[in-house]
Design a protein around this ligand. Structure first.
Ligand SMILES: Nc1ncnc2c1ncn2[C@@H]1O[C@H](COP(=O)(O)OP(=O)(O)O)[C@@H](O)[C@H]1O
Ligand SMILES: [Mg+2]
Length: 240
């Protein structure tokens, strides 16, 4: 079985300070994987290393079997690595439709089709689309739009950095419950979350990250019923 993404013994440093140490992780095509850990555990660092914004100090990173350590971030995006950053980044002065259009790599007719697919995934976006500018959207709608912007490039691997941050439990559900649906279309997902319970509910497998290392991994269902999982969050309190 060939993995879509494979990190082997990866270390990432900020100057002298190690943020990730000897981390290994695999993601198969179409698989939804949770990366859970407290604030400061290294989730964003790993995502930035995968998309090519941070260099590896040690280890290997393979995407679709290819060593991507020397591949620039924009080329990794073209290869099929999509990214939705922390903090619901959308263009505040653009409408929903414009936000989606500028995120597309595809031709016009296909872009139109893709936008319709986004409205099918998140009907709440369609209701707002005509006049609403990004800044007038609710937090939940902005997060949905941020996820859709990443999906507009039709990634094979979608990286979501804490999409539940700052959202109410109800809106968190509305966003996170689309994850299995997106994975079913063949897009693999890495979901970085502090919200342990919810992340385990919507993923196939999970990695628990603590101070830059994986301390537990396994099927999400098994980890959800494993009492040591919560303890492995030590160093910060998990939400959820
Ligand atoms: N730009 C940076 N410079 C130095 N240290 C950083 C920087 N960004 C993050 N860190 C440190 O790296 C560790 C992991 O951070 P991060 O990846 O943001 O964790 P998470 O996303 O899980 O909250 C933390 O100790 C954090 O303080
Ligand atoms: Mg983070």
């Amino acid at each position: 079985m060939k993995y879509l993404l494979e990190a082997r013994d990866v270390s990432v440093h900020y100057g002298e300070i190690a943020a990730l140490t000897g981390l290994s992780l695999q993601v198969s095509p179409g698989e939804a994987v949770a990366l859970v850990g407290a604030n400061g555990a290294g989730k964003t660092t790993l995502i930035k290393a995968i998309i090519g914004l941070l260099r590896l100090k040690r280890g290997e990173l393979l995407f679709d079997g290819q060593d991507v350590r020397a591949v620039t971030a924009h080329r990794r995006a073209r290869m099929g690595i999509g990214y939705s950053p922390e903090g619901r980044r959308v263009f505040p002065g653009l409408s929903v439709r414009e936000n989606l259009e500028v995120a597309s790599f595809a031709a016009t007719s296909q872009t139109r089709r893709l936008i319709d697919q986004m409205y099918a995934i998140f009907p709440a976006l369609k209701e707002t689309r005509k006049a609403s500018l990004g800044w007038t959207l609710s937090g939940g709608q902005q997060q949905m739009l941020a996820v859709c912007r990443a999906l507009m490039s039709q990634p094979r691997l979608l990286l979501l950095d804490e999409p539940s941050l700052g959202l109410s439990p109800k809106l968190t559900d509305e966003v996170l419950w689309r994850i299995p649906e997106i994975a079913k279309t063949g897009t693999a997902i890495i979901l970085a979350e502090q919200n342990l319970t919810k992340a385990l509910e919507v993923t196939d497998r999970a990695y628990v990250l603590r101070v830059g290392s994986i301390v537990l991994e396994g099927p999400s269902g098994d980890l959800g019923s494993n009492p040591s999982v919560r303890n492995s969050f030590l160093g910060g309190l998990p939400r959820g």
